[in-house]
Design a protein around this ligand. Structure first.
Ligand SMILES: [Zn+2]
Ligand SMILES: [Zn+2]
Length: 367
């Protein structure tokens, strides 16, 4: 992985406005529970209300159109949220306006993962950086992309937007290949190769770490107080109680449960080899540019049909399929119907939809 850092020469005093569009005290009933989103559909899901990391990933679709925007759909971009982390996956033209309209805000939106550098997936980077030069402030921005993609991104940002100037924040351009690209104690993000017209395209897999659920009843039976003792046991450490008793993690932890997994794939000319990368994922986001009646065009231009995307979902044994990169040439319901005939648990994403992806039963966590 190559890291290229560009420190900012801009003093903080030049920052005029910092806007974070997530409102507080939201009273607008049309918005979601997080007081952030305007319009769009939200999947109903039980929130996991235990303390600590939630065992889920949230996806917010910012742009769901293929190649060019339509009246209702912006160019490709999605946000993946996990606890306090946010990842922008692709940044098509107009993404910054979609960010504003979604209510997500720019704060903490400082990691951008690019699937590939076709213009419908990267032009928004120029607008975003341009805005950051004038109005917005974040301390650091990381852009992850393959070497080939980064070449074009670098030209766009340094050749067109900055033209010899400095970025308004620490800008890290991270050239990546297949493998783990980001990790915390709770989850990791890894990249894998995707075939799409020789674009050195990457898909991204978000994976929670497997863990052993904490069994509150067992802790109660042992008379363990809430707090550090339970947390240490949950972390796999043996603890000594104030009365001298030793308690081993096995006494309060259940069997290992795999974490939630979310796969994000951009454009794809073929699904060969992808099932292996995403097997058993709880959610799969992937393009669906064509219908089967135009499968010839799909292969000519290196894209998938709705049916082919759905077949991948079956082959990989994923739980939920989200189709995006939707062409103006089709009606949404036709895309949905074609996919549903192969894989029933599918939605055709719309701009500003948000979904929670999680395991059916994430298990308990320590109090
Ligand atoms: Zn595209
Ligand atoms: Zn493409």
């Amino acid at each position: 992985m190559a890291w290229i850092d560009f420190a900012s020469d801009y003093p903080d005093s030049l920052v005029i406005i910092a806007w974070d569009a997530v409102p507080t005290g939201c009273t607008n009933g049309s918005r979601t529970g997080e007081c952030g989103k305007i319009g769009g559909r939200q999947a109903s899901a039980q929130n996991y209300s235990q303390k600590g990391s939630q065992s889920l990933f949230e996806i917010i679709f910012l742009g769901t159109s293929a190649s060019a925007p339509s009246v209702k759909r912006g160019l490709p971009s999605q946000v993946v949220k996990k606890d306090e982390y946010r990842f922008l996956v692709d940044c098509g033209e107009g993404t910054q306006r979609q960010i504003l309209q979604s209510g997500i805000g720019f704060k903490r939106l400082n990691r951008i993962l690019i699937t590939h550098a076709h213009l419908d997936h990267i032009l928004g980077l120029a607008g975003l950086l341009s805005t950051f030069l004038r109005w917005e402030t974040i301390d650091e921005l990381e852009i992850y992309a393959s070497r080939l993609s980064m070449e074009r991104i670098r030209e766009l940002l340094f050749g067109v937007v900055l033209r010899g100037g400095n970025p308004p924040m620490v800008l890290r351009l991270r050239e990546i290949g297949p493998g783990t690209i980001f990790e915390t104690d709770d989850f990791s993000v890894s990249a894998f190769g995707v075939q799409h017209r020789g674009s050195e395209s990457l898909g991204y897999l978000f994976e929670e770490r497997s863990r052993r659920p904490f069994i509150p009843a067992a802790a109660e039976a042992l008379g363990l107080p809430n707090g550090p003792i339970r947390r240490d046991l949950a972390a796999g450490k043996t603890v000594t109680l104030p009365d001298g008793r030793l308690v081993a993690p096995d006494e309060v932890l259940g069997p290992v449960r795999p974490g939630t997994r979310l796969a994000m794939i951009g454009d794809a000319g073929s699904t060969d080899g992808l099932a292996r990368q995403i097997r058993g994922a709880d959610g799969l986001v992937i393009e669906s540019t064509y219908l089967q009646e135009e499968a010839g065009l799909a292969s000519e231009f290196g894209h998938l049909t709705a049916r082919r995307a759905a077949e991948l979902a079956v082959e990989a044994g994923v739980h939920q399929l989200f189709l995006t990169h939707i062409s103006r040439r089709y009606r949404e319901k036709d895309v949905l119907l074609e996919a549903q005939q192969v894989f029933p648990n599918v939605v055709v994403a719309r701009d500003f939809d948000s979904y929670q992806v999680k395991k059916e039963d994430p298990g308990a966590k320590p109090g």
